[in-house]
Design a binder for this molecule. Structure first.
Ligand code: ATP
Ligand code: MG
Length: 656
């Protein structure tokens, strides 16, 4: 913990300091990836609190995902600022709504609907409209989009046409279903995920007394990833502020990747128009990535077009030189996955911690093949999006066992309080069938093991930070994290979609599936959609600190037609394409093409693939068995109580 407010400013560059010390009035930070935007706002809050200028409980920091919120809370604690609220828009709204519901609306807050698709199906039945499963899903997505963009049923047709949405049914019919869905929901006394924001907005609008109370509580607002704010979130922010302007936003228009859900960088780019007196700071020094990675990121942006691109800032790396990005072309997708898994295995064997490696892909349907390849190579991995860690049955069970042990002492090892905390936790979990070494194979067994391993790691980190902590303290920490749905970081390789990798960073990043059709994705057709795909790749590239591996496959399956070509976004950048400089085409077959099964290395013992990796819910990561859910790749109950980021990712997935 820094010993003074001024010490909080150490480790910031002059522009970041300007952000951190501009504690009054509107502040807007426009800057590229890795320039320390998140760091600057975190230090700004800590500096304000430590200097006694900001009252911690009056600060509300809004981030994009629960994970980002959890990380910010952790950083703030390390900087000696406690009591600051760091939340997603959704969780902040949910909390306020719960609190004000009895007073503003009366009674207790209704339950969140847990089978939304079923509700839409019921609405369709009431309207005598027959929808197949795919249509049902698409209609649900249209209803969600309408709500996020504050479009009422009567305006749907016009708004959808204006936004260029491909409507799954006749717009008038969708409007009718939307309306019936709302009615049914009201009739059953439940609310949905979008209602949480809509109702909070409505309460703040209609009840000046409530608005006044909220405004008295929160006086300083900080918003990260502001380029992806939706109109509904902006409305909420405006209501929180009232006529005040103590607001600090940071964003990068070049990282706008959620426009298809209604988000727009216009709020960021027009900030100065709305707040004429705003302090505007630009950051260009990139602290995250090597010059080689930054060079590629700048190269990608140089080809970008559109409003976001007009505001791009060339990044300047502050880090020492590192390896050139490695580009690899594979004959087919399984060979690509095995090739990546083999390289990862080599990295891990050479001492790179798995937690410092990520594999990022365009759509979550690509994850399965990488899960399998990593499991075959004996590398631990974790899927991003598995936010609901504490709801997993094995974690709940372990929590019960730990709680009992903390209260009554469990076995001999525990009665001895000379045994360190992680060993105590291991002892309790062993009683639950946990083993120190991972079980063979992948699938549900492995998944359960990883969850419990994450608890052991959490105990280790906790004990390292607080050497005197008891099992009881650990249980209290777990309860707190469970309440905030703040899952511990699993120490495996991260598998994540590009959408969910936003704001995060790893030493080594594998960007896979960079073939035309995947990147850009086939359904991206308009110029704007293509530009959004390019930005998505930019987000991916800028996640890497040190090493970047880019790969694509010419065919989908072994022996399949090799009709694919590398992503157009890499033209002029990858070696071998006209005008390219830098980068390295990996060895591995003629012309850099790794050949089918020869891609398997001796390092990865090759068990015959007898069973497919289990289908998983893309939101909570649980294995799925229900055929309908497998088609959706999601538990039907999932969207109702997710954070904003997860919800928007869900839409991204569903669009695929
Ligand atoms: P993104 O656009 O991807 O969200 P960002 O602009 O929010 O990126 P940060 O995540 O805040 O960037 O910072 C990127 C990395 O650079 C982090 O590891 C951070 O600790 C480091 N960093 C930022 N500023 C500095 C600095 N002044 N000195 C040293 N390291 C820094
Ligand atoms: Mg950031």
């Amino acid at each position: 913990v820094p010993d003074s407010a001024d010490a909080v400013l150490d480790g910031l560059d002059p522009e970041q300091r300007e952000v951190a010390t501009a504690l009054r009035g509107p502040v807007c930070v426009l800057a590229g990836a890795g320039t320390g935007k998140t760091r600057a706002i975190t230090h700004r809050i800590a500096y304000g609190v430590r200097a006694g200028i900001l009252q911690p409980t009056t600060v509300l920091a809004v981030t994009f995902t629960n994970r980002a919120a959890g990380e910010m809370r952790g950083r703030l604690r390390q900087l000696g600022a406690v009591g600051v609220q760091a939340r997603t828009f959704h969780s902040a709204a949910l909390r306020q709504l719960q609190y004000f519901w009895p007073k503003a609306i009366g009674g207790a807050m209704p339950r969140l609907v847990d089978r939304k698709i079923q509700l839409v199906a019921d609405a369709a039945a009431a309207c005598r409209v027959r929808l197949d499963r795919g249509e049902l899903r698409d209609v649900t997505a249209e209803i969600e989009w309408s709500k996020v963009t504050q479009t009422v049923p009567a305006d749907y047709a016009l708004a959808a046409a204006k936004a260029g949405r491909e409507t799954p049914r006749d717009p008038a019919e969708i409007a009718q279903l939307y309306s019936a869905y709302e009615e049914l929901k009201r009739g059953r006394g439940v609310i949905d995920f979008e209602d949480v924001l809509l109702l909070t907005v409505a309460v703040l609008q209609d009840r000046p007394d409530v608005a006044q109370q909220v405004r008295a509580q929160y006086q300083h607002f900080v918003v990260d990833e502001y380029q992806d704010v939706s109109p509904l979130q902006q409305r909420l922010l405006d209501l929180w502020l009232g006529d005040r302007d103590d607001l600090c936003v940071v964003g990068d228009a070049s990282q706008t990747i959620y426009s298809f859900t209604g988000a727009t960088p216009d709020h960021l780019l027009d900030f100065r128009l709305r707040h004429p007196g705003a302090t505007v700071v630009k950051l260009v020094r990139d602290y995250r990535s090597t010059p080689q990675v930054v060079h590629l990121a700048n190269g990608l942006l140089a080809q970008a077009r559109g409003r976001a691109a007009d505001h791009r800032l060339e990044l300047v790396s502050q880090r020492p030189a590192g390896p050139e990005p490695v580009y690899t072309e594979y004959t087919d997708e399984p060979a690509e996955a095995e090739g990546a898994a083999r390289r990862i295995r080599e990295l891990v064997d050479s001492g790179v911690p798995p937690a410092e490696i990520a594999v990022l892909f365009r759509t979550n349907s690509q994850s399965e093949i990488y899960e399998q390849a990593l499991a075959d190579a004996g590398v631990p991995y974790q899927l991003r999006g598995a936010e609901r860690f504490f709801d997993r049955p094995e974690v709940r069970k372990a929590g019960t066992a730990l709680r009992a042990a903390a209260r009554f002492g469990g076995n001999d090892a525990l009665l001895d309080d000379t045994v360190d905390l992680p060993s105590q936790v291991r002892a309790v979990l062993s009683g639950e069938g946990w083993t120190t070494e991972p079980p063979a194979g992948s699938g549900a067994v492995r998944e359960r093991w990883e969850s419990l391993a994450a608890l052991v790691h959490l105990a280790q980190d906790f004990a390292a930070a607080k050497p005197d902590a008891t099992l009881g303290d650990l249980v209290a920490e777990l309860d707190e994290r469970a309440g905030a749905q703040h899952a511990p970081t699993v120490q495996g390789v991260t598998l994540a979609s590009l959408h969910s990798a936003k704001g995060l960073e790893w030493d080594v990043v594998f960007l896979v599936g960079l073939a035309e059709g995947m990147m850009p994705i086939t359904y991206a057709k308009t110029d704007e959609q293509i530009e959004e795909e390019r930005r998505l790749l930019y987000v991916g590239v800028t996640r890497a600190r040190e090493r970047l591996h880019l790969s694509w496959a010419l065919a989908r399956s072994p022996g399949g037609r090799a009709g694919r070509r590398p992503s157009r976004f890499l033209d002029g950048l990858r070696p071998g394409s006209a005008g390219a400089a830098g980068g390295r085409l990996a060895a591995g077959g003629a012309g850099g093409v790794e050949r089918g099964s020869s891609g398997r290395s001796a390092l990865a013992p090759a068990p015959r693939r007898t069973q497919r990796a289990p289908a998983r819910c893309r939101v909570c990561g649980r294995s799925l068995t229900d055929a309908g859910e497998m088609k959706l790749m999601r538990c039907e109950g999932c969207p109702s109580d997710m954070d904003e980021g997860v919800y928007e990712r869900l839409l991204a997935w569903r669009a695929v």
